[in-house]
Design a protein around this ligand. Sequence first.
Ligand code: SF4
Length: 88
Amino acid sequence: MISIIILTGTALILSVILVVVNTLINKEDKRVSEIEKMLPGLNCGGCGYGSCKGMACEILKNREAYLNCRPLRGEKKEAFIEFLKTLK
Ligand code: SF4
C-alpha cells in the first residue's frame, strides 16, 4: 500500500515538473513563431541560419540579425523593425 502511495506521489510530482518545463519551452516557442511569421518565409538559408526559424531563434539573441536577411526589404522590413520594437 505504501509503495502505491509513493509511486502515485512521485508520478504527480513528475507531472507537475513536466507541465512547468513544457510551459517554459512553449513560451519561447511562441516568440520564435511570432518572429518567424514576420520574416519572408523563403527558408533560403541566405542569412546563414539555415531557415527562417533559425533566423528567428538568432533574433532572440541578437536583434540586428535580421539585417542578414536580404529578401526582407521594403514595407515588410519596415513592419519587421516596428515589430522588433514591441518584442520582449
Ligand atoms: S535569408 Fe531571410 S528568407 Fe532566407 S532563410 Fe534567412 S530569414 Fe528566411
